[in-house]
Structure formats: C-alpha cells, structure tokens
Design a protein around this ligand. Structure first.
Ligand code: ADP
Ligand code: GLC
Length: 495
C-alpha cells in the first residue's frame, strides 16, 4: 500500500458496532482501520445518535457550529484509535433506535433536515481549519445522507477534494423543491447539472454531480449503474462523468469475521479442521427449533427484508417446491408484508423452515457458521457482504449474477479447483429453484463440496488491496480539486 499521508475527513451515517442497519456500517468501520494502516491521517464524522452517545463514557467537547439549519455541538470520542467527531443536535440525540426510521418502519419526516444539518456540519469542519486545528485534503462521503457535502463544498474556493461512494443508488434522499426552499438550502446548487432531479432535489445526485471522484462498491455495479436497468434515473449523469466513476470492491474485516476466533460461536473452526462447523449447525438447528439432522442441507439467509434482496423469490421458490429436502433459516427485519409471508411459510413447514424477525448480531454469526449454503437472490447488489462472510465461514453462497455477487462468487460448473459457490441467472423462483437443486445435488458429493468450502475460505477479501485502491482514488481526487480550485481562482482574478 502506498503511503500518501493524506488528511481525510470521513463522513458517514453508520459505523459498526456503534450503529448499524446494513453493510454500510461494516464498511465505514473497517475501511478507516485499513486506511490508517497506511498512515492516512483520518477523522470520522458521525451524527451523535442517542444510542451512540450512550456507548461512550467520555467525549471531549470540541466546538459549537452555528449552521444555517441550527447550532450543533461537535464532540470527539476515541473509537478504534481514531477521532470520532460526533455531530450533536436533538434531532439525533433525542431519538432511540434505527437512525432513519421510527419503530413502525417509516422514515422520520425530518430526515431531509437531519442529514442536511449533518452535511452542513461536515462542510464547515472541512472548510474552516480553526475548529479542529486540522485541515483535511479530502472529504470522503457515503450515500445520500452525505450527498450534500460535495455540493456545498463546491460553493467554496479553495476547497478540499471530495470522493463520493455510492453504496446503494436506490436510496436517493429526494425531497420536494418547496421543502428544499423551506430548509433554506442554497439555490445555487439547484439546477439540472446540480441537485435538480425531475423537479425534486436529490441529495445523492449532489454527491454524484459535484464530487471530484465517484465510486461504488464493486466493479460490476459501477458498470451496471451506468445503464437504464440499474441506474435509477441517474445513469445518464453517471455516464456523462464516466472518467470520474469507478468501482472498488468492498473488503471485510478478517479479524472481526473469523470462524477460528469468533466469540459469538459455540464452536470455532478453520479450513484445516471443519468439524466445529457441524457443532454450529446442530446449535443453530436447536436454537431455531428445527430437527437436529446433520445430513439435511441447511440454507441460511440474513437480510434486510426489502425488495432488493429477493426475499419474495425465496418464499415463492419454497412454496412451489413439491417436497422440501432442506431446511431454511431466515433472520431479517424490514417490510411487514415480507415478514408475514415468511411467517406463513414457517407455519406451513414447521419441520423445515424457521424464521426470526429482528436484528440479531449473535444469531447472524451462528447462521453464517452453521449453514451449508447462504442464499442471496438479490435483484441488484452493489457489493454484498454476507456472501463474503459466508465464503470465510465455509458456507457456500447461492447468489444472483449481479453486482458484487458476480464479482466475488465463482460458479460451480465442474470446476472444483476454482468454484466457491453457485450463481443463478436472475432473481426468479425458477432460477432459484434450479440453483437450489444444483446445490442439493453437489451436497451429496462430499469431497467436491469440501473443495469448494476450502476455495472460499482461502479467498482474499481483506481490505489490503481495496484500501490501496482508495488511496489511489484519493490522490486522483486531490489532483482534480487542485485543478478546479485553480480554475476558479483564475476566473475570479480575470473577472
Ligand atoms: P445491505 O447493506 O444491502 O443490507 P450487505 O450484505 O452489504 O447488505 O450487509 C448486510 C450486513 O447487515 C451484514 O453484516 C449482515 O450480517 C447484517 N444484517 C442484515 N440484517 C441483519 C439482521 N436482521 N440481524 C443481524 N445482522 C443483519
Ligand atoms: C449497501 C449495499 C450492499 C453493500 C453495502 C456496503 O447497503 O446494498 O450491497 O455491500 O452497502 O457497501
């Protein structure tokens, strides 16, 4: 990894284990750790959510920021040996639970204000070195919650460089134009080449339009979002900036996710001795109330219950099966109709299907370790982490041929030396059924199955390579920003 000593302000809305709704939190926890190994001088900004503040005994008050949307206090906590800058305001600190949604699964109505406020705070800290006694060369933003930052920074000269990472282009942070005006957000960035999106204001579009460099979390998804089928209306803009758009595959924290040391598991194991995996399977079957049958193939799912993930496809495929020759365990939280469909399936097949609704880190580890196959029939998947955790835990992924899934899973097709799982053509019940049948057939061929497990466990998905690619991206963005700053300075001078 090259040593560039960049000063980076990393802005995100989730960090595991402090606050997590999905893979964004895992990436925003583990990428900074990997970057720091290359001596990147990094600070991380996160909203001061109630549950996050409760996890720190000591935070150090840094400053007050008097922002257009209100005054916030910036407090610093130490997290993984990094300065964590908590942006404190009652809209974050007075609400428990999920960072974006109330208990009835609806987005907080003031989310546009909350994340505009957060973005204003990040912008102010980035522009004015007096606050932190530190001036970042670059601000690295993630998803729509921070999409306004590159747009707001573009109103300043000189400004630090910006990188915007798209973790999921379907979540856009779009608001009505009159709401945007009511929030007092700048008119200067509301136009066709800026935030304006079919008459609305789009926070994610701000990140894509204004950042010096835009990337997403796998090469395949970087290509897909430049097409009509996957671009969610932003493919044209992405194509117009294609020289600035790239894909960098997510890594995983291989210390945190290691079956040999995972303290959540009843039994640890490694590629050299997989016997502990069977003990986890038995424990998982017991905990979920399924018959403890070591020879019955066990399929696991851990997922947000959202259209993206193809949970309906799983239910359809199981419903249309004549007999169930496998067990299925699903852990998930999200859409109510999917929860109901899953509960119905469990009722119909109590000996074969077990469902747990909720967010449960410990159970998720046991599912990774105890399952034989991990199913992820996503309609689209920017990267996906669960298939990577599955590979590491010797659980063969059965996934659709999209996004990061296609970049990481090598399909078994009589190629035992390379394959590590199963790809299916599309998120449809027929495709999934076909994939399940292929997996069931191979399960009877133990030596080949074990070979695939070993291939997956030996694969390298640590952050080492990807963090190096981010450093290169930072260097490019810093170069781009220097040019842009100079052009604007020159234009001002020459009037
Ligand atoms: P996404 O971010 O789209 O939800 P990823 O595969 O990138 O998908 O990451 C999902 C992360 O969230 C994984 O770490 C997964 O284990 C975790 N996760 C998702 N749902 C649950 C749940 N119900 N309980 C525990 N962990 C979950
Ligand atoms: C998003 C994507 C997922 C990705 C994660 C982390 O939530 O849906 O595919 O792995 O972000 O980048």
């Amino acid at each position: 990894m090259n040593n560039n000593n960049h000063k980076v302000l990393f802005a995100c809305s989730e960090i595991s284990p402090l606050i997590k709704t999905g893979g964004l939190a895992d990436v925003c926890a583990s990428l900074p750790i990997a970057l720091r190994k290359s001596d990147t001088d990094l600070k991380v900004a996160l909203p001061g959510y109630k549950s996050v503040l409760e996890q720190f005994e000591n935070t150090r008050f840094i400053c007050m920021l008097d922002l257009p949307l209100g005054a916030v206090a910036v407090c610093c906590a130490q997290f993984e040996n990094t300065d964590l800058l908590l942006i404190c305001h009652p809209v974050f600190s007075n609400r428990a639970g999920n960072p974006y949604m109330s208990d009835d699964d609806r987005g907080w109505p003031d989310n546009p204000m909350r994340f505009a406020l957060f973005s204003q705070a990040v912008t102010e800290l980035a522009i004015n070195p007096a606050y932190l006694d530190w001036a970042p060369d670059l601000v690295h933003c993630h998803d729509w919650q921070t999409g306004l930052v590159p747009a707001l920074l573009a109103l300043h000269n000189p400004r630090p460089a910006t990188v915007f990472t798209i973790h999921n282009i379907a979540y856009q942070g779009n608001i009505m134009h009159n709401h945007y005006v009511e929030l007092g957000l700048p008119a200067a960035i509301f136009h066709a080449n800026g935030l304006e999106f079919w008459g609305q204001a789009s926070y994610i579009k701000g990140g894509i339009a204004y950042a010096d460099r835009v990337n997403t979390v796998s090469p395949r998804y970087a290509a897909e979002i430049q097409t009509d089928a996957f671009g969610n209306g932003l493919d044209g803009l992405l194509r117009s900036r294609r020289e600035r758009v790239s894909g960098i595959l997510n890594g995983i924290d291989t210390d945190e996710w290691d079956p040999a040391t995972d303290t959540h598991l009843p039994a640890n194991y490694s590629a050299d001795d997989l016997s502990g995996k069977n003990k986890n399977k038995a424990a998982l079957q017991k905990q979920m109330g399924l018959p403890q049958q070591p020879e019955t193939p066990l399929f696991g799912v851990i997922s947000r219950l959202a259209e993206q993930k193809g949970i309906d496809v799983i239910v359809d495929a199981v419903e249309q099966a004549e007999t169930l020759e496998f067990q299925l365990i699903v852990l998930g939280s999200g859409e109510t109709d999917l929860q109901n469909r899953l509960y119905n399936l469990q009722q119909k097949h109590p000996q074969h299907v077990a469902i747990k609704i909720g967010f449960d880190e410990t159970l998720s580890r046991l599912i990774e370790a105890g399952s034989d196959v991990f199913i992820m029939p996503s309609r689209y998947e920017p990267c996906g982490l669960n298939q990577l955790y599955s590979l590491r835990y010797g659980t063969l992924p059965l996934v659709t041929d999209v996004g990061g899934l296609a970049d990481t899973v090598i399909n078994y097709d009589n190629n035992p030396d390379e394959a590590n799982g199963f790809l299916i053509k599309e998120a449809s019940p027929d495709s999934l059924t076909e994939g399940i049948n292929r997996a069931l057939q191979l399960y009877t061929d133990k030596p080949v199955w074990q070979q695939l497990q070993h291939n997956g466990m030996a694969a390298h998905f640590s952050w080492d390579i990807s963090a190096g690619l981010y450093l290169q991206l930072y260097t490019s963005a810093i170069g781009d920003a220097a040019v842009a700053n100079e052009q604007i300075r020159h234009a001002k001078l020459t009037g």
